[in-house]
Write a protein that binds this ligand. Structure first.
Ligand code: 5RP
Ligand code: MG
Length: 212
C-alpha cells in the first residue's frame, strides 16, 4: 500500500486570498487544487499563478466539467493544470474528449452513479475518481461512515485510483486505515485553520503514521 498524497483545495472566492494561503502550504502538500469556487471566479488566472509559484507540483483544475470536455481541458492544460475533474454525469464522449487534451481526468462522484458507470470509465481509460461528500450534504448533517468506506474499497478493487474529500479533518483519516486511498483532498481543514502550515503538516504526519 503506498502513502496517500495530500492535496489542498483552494476554494477561495478571490485570487489574492487563495495565493496568500497557498504560499503558506504549497511546499508541504503534494498536489494543489484550484477549487471549483475559485475556478468559477478566476479559473485560468488561478491555475497560471499556481503553476508559476510551483513549477514542479501537480496542479488540478476542479472544473467538475459536464460538457465541452475537449475545450475546457485544453484551456486548463494550457494554463498549467495536470489534471482536471469531470462530473460523473458527464457523458463518456465528454470525458474522452477531455482526456485527449490534458494529462489525466478525475471523475467527481456526486449523486447517482453505479459500478457499471465506473467500469465504463475504466474501459475508456479513465482511472481516477474522487469520492466526495458534498459540502452541502455535510452542512445538512451527513457524516463519513461504513457506506462510504465500502464504496471507496469497491472502486479501488475495480482498479480505480480513488481520492477522498469533503469536510476532512486529521481525525477523519483513521477511518480509512487499511484502504489504499490515492489522495486525501482537504480545503477548509487547512485553509480555515488558524495556522494553515501546521494543519498541513498535521495531515501529512497522520498519513505517515497510518500508511507509512
Ligand atoms: C467541493 C470541493 C472541495 O474542494 C472539497 O470538498 C474539499 O473541500 P473541504 O475540505 O473544504 O470540504 O470540491 O465540491
Ligand atoms: Mg474541489
Amino acid at each position: 500500500m503506498s502513502l496517500p498524497n495530500l492535496q489542498i483545495a483552494c476554494d477561495h472566492s478571490d485570487l489574492p486570498t487563495a495565493l496568500a494561503d497557498i504560499t503558506k502550504v504549497g511546499d508541504v502538500v503534494d498536489i494543489i487544487e484550484a477549487g471549483t469556487i475559485l475556478m468559477l471566479q478566476v479559473g485560468e488566472y488561478a491555475v497560471k499563478c499556481f503553476r508559476a509559484l510551483y513549477p514542479d507540483k501537480k496542479i488540478v483544475a476542479d472544473t467538475k466539467c459536464a460538457d465541452a470536455g475537449g475545450t475546457v481541458a485544453k484551456n486548463c492544460s494550457e494554463a498549467g493544470a495536470n489534471w482536471m475533474t469531470c462530473i460523473c454525469s458527464a457523458t463518456i464522449p465528454t470525458m474522452i474528449a477531455a482526456a485527449k487534451e490534458i494529462e489525466e481526468i478525475q471523475v467527481e462522484l456526486y449523486g447517482d452513479w453505479t459500478y457499471e458507470n465506473a467500469q465504463q470509465w475504466l474501459d475508456a481509460g479513465i482511472t481516477q475518481a474522487i469520492y466526495h461528500q458534498s459540502r452541502d450534504a455535510l452542512f445538512a448533517g451527513e457524516t463519513w461512515g461504513e457506506k462510504d468506506l465500502k464504496r471507496v474499497k469497491k472502486l479501488i478493487d475495480m482498479g480505480m485510483k480513488v481520492s477522498v474529500t469533503g469536510g476532512l479533518s486529521v481525525e477523519t483519516l483513521k477511518l480509512f486505515e487499511g484502504i489504499d486511498v490515492h489522495t486525501f483532498i482537504t480545503g477548509r481543514g487547512i485553509t480555515a485553520a488558524s495556522d494553515p502550515k501546521k494543519a498541513a503538516l498535521d495531515f501529512k504526519a497522520e498519513i505517515k503514521r497510518i500508511w507509512g
